[in-house]
Write a protein of this length. Structure first.
Length: 266
């Protein structure tokens, strides 16, 4: 199975990049399934039902998220109804939505997606290690191709989780920092891994936000409206090829593509 992962889609520039580049990338890499983190798609904070449908219409099969999934209140009631939109599975179970799903391709193959959130410098929610083990044990009865988005702050937590989970899943990619790491690898027991897949948005920025706003925030330590930047638009992502029989990753490749600056309609 050939999988494309798109790094955190940030605001209008991020959505426009996906709309422009996704179909070409899918053709270039002969992609079977596409995953994108969309928790920053609504102006940099959260996602709305309309935006989720728009990202889906571009050709994304599953949208993962993280701590900002709760930012837009109109998405909350939709989480139980939108099968392709996941929230981190290790939030307490009485929350709406779900953190895992199994998708079936047209040829009958199945892929399981799990969305988790780290706890270091983030909310002290349920343990992602233990929650992952429980979900994997059940999901592996249905498919041996399992992919995890670990939305976490620190490299140490992501790396520890990677070695903990190696051989139990096919692919683990990190999100949240908006900085693509140059450490894509296949771990000893066959799990593909990258610490952070990066960002899809405007790179002439501070992780997607206009530079002057971010500088003012750090200088003054007072609330500021974090508007999306607009220049140097790029897509970060990875391509992974997974063996259908073993569920192990056999190839992983970092992707970065840009588009010219200009107006967009997203």
């Amino acid at each position: 199975m050939r999988i494309l992962v798109i790094g955190d889609i940030f605001g209008r520039p991020g959505k426009f990049i996906v709309s422009e580049l996704l179909s070409g990338l899918k053709e270039e890499y002969s992609i079977d399934f596409t995953i994108a983190n969309g928790e920053n798609a609504a102006g940099g904070f959260g996602i709305t039902p309309k935006i989720a449908k728009k990202i889906r219409s571009y050709g994304v099969d599953c949208i993962t998220s993280g701590n900002h999934i709760w930012d837009k209140k109109d998405i909350i009631p939709e989480l139980n109804r939108t099968e392709y939109l996941l929230r981190p599975a290790n939030y307490p179970p009485n929350n709406p939505g779900k953190g895992q799903a199994v998708f079936q391709l047209t040829d009958g193959r199945k892929i399981g997606i799990i969305n988790l959130q780290g706890r270091v410098y983030m909310k002290n929610i349920d343990c992602p290690f233990r929650v992952a083990e429980k979900i994997i044990n059940e999901m592996s009865k249905e498919t041996n191709i399992i992919v995890i988005d670990l939305h976490a702050e620190t490299t140490a937590e992501k790396k520890a989780f990677a070695y903990f989970i190696d051989g139990k899943i096919s692919l683990l990619f990190g999100t949240h920092t908006h900085i693509q790491t140059a450490d894509e690898t296949i771990l000893p027991n066959g799990t593909g891994y990258i610490t952070d897949v990066g960002m899809t948005g405007a790179f002439d920025s501070v992780i997607g936000v206009k530079k002057e706003i971010s500088i003012a925030y750090f200088l003054k330590q007072t609330p500021h409206r974090f508007d999306s930047a607009s220049k140097d638009r790029r897509l970060n992502g990875i391509f992974a090829e997974i063996d259908d029989l073993s569920g192990k990753t056999i190839k992983i490749e970092r992707i970065e593509r840009g588009i010219p600056d200009g107006n967009d309609s997203n």
